[in-house]
Design a binder for this molecule. Structure first.
Ligand SMILES: [Fe+2]
Ligand SMILES: [Fe+2]
Length: 265
């Protein structure tokens, strides 16, 4: 049978003559040399005996200057942003809580989460000795004005304000998480021997230092809560605000400007 026929041939691969077999209908597969087979066996046995590292077995190399500067910027802008959110809800609550009792628990829940976000970044700022944004007084006054101002227009306008703010903040947190996931490879060393770990030895459990992992986890939790606030605002008629597009696009622009300013000043 032709289909069962296997031809042994010699083929030239990368200038070397190696044995190969041809199975009709299939491409040429080089037969592994004895040396290659042995090497693979050695690799497999090395993998099997490779030490599994846990957090307590390793030490992390220092962050680069650029990585440190980015982290400082993250903490400064997030602290200013959460301060802003805290004061926006403060303004909304002051105007709407007594007028619309059914909104009181909704606003209070979101405001309390913002207070927690704000306190978390306050603590990070103190612990890492990051200087706060020099425009902090402006963020406070501006945020209360936006919160109370939109609430004075209508409860729907206040919710539209929340949609705009949370859309920008959610996107901003996602951007930070992308950088923290992709650009924070620092060398990792075996604590006992001082030897640098190879790529194969770095598992997802140890790839980030506990400090960086904690920051990433906090940002992703806060990002999820901001997106919940956005959903809550949509459920409470944000889109019925007049003029919705003008309000949301205007507030988004202000938020982006504030992020730009808080990162730098
Ligand atoms: Fe927040
Ligand atoms: Fe929020």
């Amino acid at each position: 049978m032709i289909s069962r026929q296997i031809n042994i041939r010699q083929a030239s691969v990368c200038g070397r003559v190696v044995s190969s077999y041809i199975h009709p209908g299939r491409s040429i597969q080089p037969i592994r040399s004895l040396h290659e087979s042995k090497k693979n066996e050695e690799d497999i046995s090395r993998d099997a005996s490779a030490k599994k590292y846990y957090g307590e077995d390793v030490e992390y190399g220092a962050l680069s200057k650029a990585q440190k500067a980015f982290l400082d910027r993250v903490i400064r802008v997030d602290q200013a942003g959460e301060l802003g959110a805290n004061y926006i809800y403060m303004g909304q609550y002051a105007v709407l809580a007594s007028k619309y009792p059914h909104l009181r628990p909704v606003l209070k829940h979101m405001w309390e989460q913002e207070i927690h976000h704000h306190n978390t970044f306050n603590a990070l700022q103190t612990n890492r000795r990051v200087r706060p944004s020099l425009l902090t007084p402006l963020w406070k006054v501006g945020a209360v004005a936006i919160g109370a101002g939109t609430a004075l227009i209508s409860k729907e306008a206040a919710m539209a304000c929340t949609v705009a703010v949370e859309t920008v903040i959610g996107g901003h947190y996602n951007q930070q998480l992308r950088v923290l996931m992709n650009q924070y490879d620092v060398p990792i060393y075996d604590k006992k021997t001082g030897e640098k770990l190879s790529d194969d030895e770095i598992t997802s459990e140890i790839e980030h230092s506990p400090e960086l992992k904690e920051l990433k986890d906090q940002i992703s939790t806060f990002r999820d809560q901001e997106l919940e606030h956005l959903d809550t605002a949509l459920k409470h008629d944000a889109e019925k605000a007049v003029p919705y597009i003008l309000l949301t696009e205007g507030i988004k622009l202000i938020c982006r400007g504030a992020i730009w300013g808080a990162e730098r000043i």
